[in-house]
Design a protein around this ligand. Structure first.
Ligand code: SAM
Length: 254
């Protein structure tokens, strides 16, 4: 069984308003939103982003968090806060605190899913935790970043996956790209051509790179190797640059 999502992220984490609100008027948020408010560790007085039935995005000040939660929508955002592009990142676990950096930045950049991946040349989650027991903090890093950048949805954060689990988790993606520093690869924009997918899986390798077997396995699973240019980037740079480029070419960055 591939690992599951650990933070309740995804479409189910969106605070949904039952009707188009009038700004500055207190409204009931509905008992159905209680689990969502819990996912966001919401507190009275805190501000979250909510979406109305017409996909309008609002900043809402939470005024009451009991059985019947209340809030005051006070500002309508001029643009959709969540990208049309759903980016799933399968990230080989790096050493030290780099995964925390990746979690924070990919959340800000609008990734929809982040899966830590254990490859032949990457550190495992248990090895990581043996030196720095920090993986329990990962959901909180995602939550804080999502609040800070005003996202309406928490990206899905998964438990660490093996390489073959990853191939299964990414199986449904419309387009699958593997960041690969080998010379015989296309650039990201060449690989996209005229494609305008709404869902892309991005596989990012560890400090030591993918093994030949992993490259072959990923290719067989439909991943297209793509290059980010002539320089060898650190894995966290590659991840952030890859998501930035995808969001710029197909999503809402720029
Ligand atoms: N195997 C390499 C070596 O030791 O020379 C280095 C791997 S690199 C530090 C870590 C990961 O970042 C790679 O597996 C790849 O996914 C991604 N990456 C780094 N630079 C890249 C580039 N120029 N194009 C595409 N992917 C890159």
């Amino acid at each position: 069984m591939p690992p599951s999502c650990v933070n309740g992220g995804g479409a189910g984490s969106i605070l949904r308003l039952a009707a188009v609100p009038v700004c500055e008027q207190e409204i009931g948020l509905g008992r159905e939103n209680l689990p969502v408010l819990k996912l966001w560790s919401a507190r009275p007085g805190e501000i979250l982003t909510a979406i109305d039935p017409e996909r309008g995005c609002y900043r809402v000040r939470l005024t009451e968090l009991g059985e019947n939660p209340l809030g005051v929508p006070f500002a309508r955002l001029s643009r959709q806060i969540e990208s049309r592009l759903s980016i799933e990142v399968y990230q080989a676990l790096p050493e030290k605190e780099r995964f925390e950096l990746i979690l924070q930045k990919l959340t800000e950049l609008g990734a929809a899913r982040i899966v830590p991946l254990e490859t032949s040349r990457s550190i495992s989650r248990s090895e990581r935790d043996a030196t720095q027991a920090k993986s329990h903090r990962w959901p909180d890093i995602v939550l804080r970043a999502a609040k800070q950048c005003r996202r309406a949805m928490l990206p899905e954060l998964f438990k660490a996956a093996s390489f073959s689990d990853t191939m299964q988790l990414a199986a449904g993606a419309e387009l699958k790209l593997m960041l690969y520093e080998g010379e015989e690869t296309w650039s990201l924009s060449e690989a996209l051509g005229r494609l305008r997918p709404e869902n892309v899986a991005l596989l990012v390798g560890p400090e030591g790179g993918f093994t030949g077997i992993e490259v072959a396995e990923a290719r067989a699973a439909g991943f297209l190797p793509v290059s980010l240019g002539p320089r060898i980037l650190r894995t966290e740079t590659a991840s952030i640059a890859g998501v930035t480029l995808l969001q710029g070419l197909l999503g809402d960055l720029g």
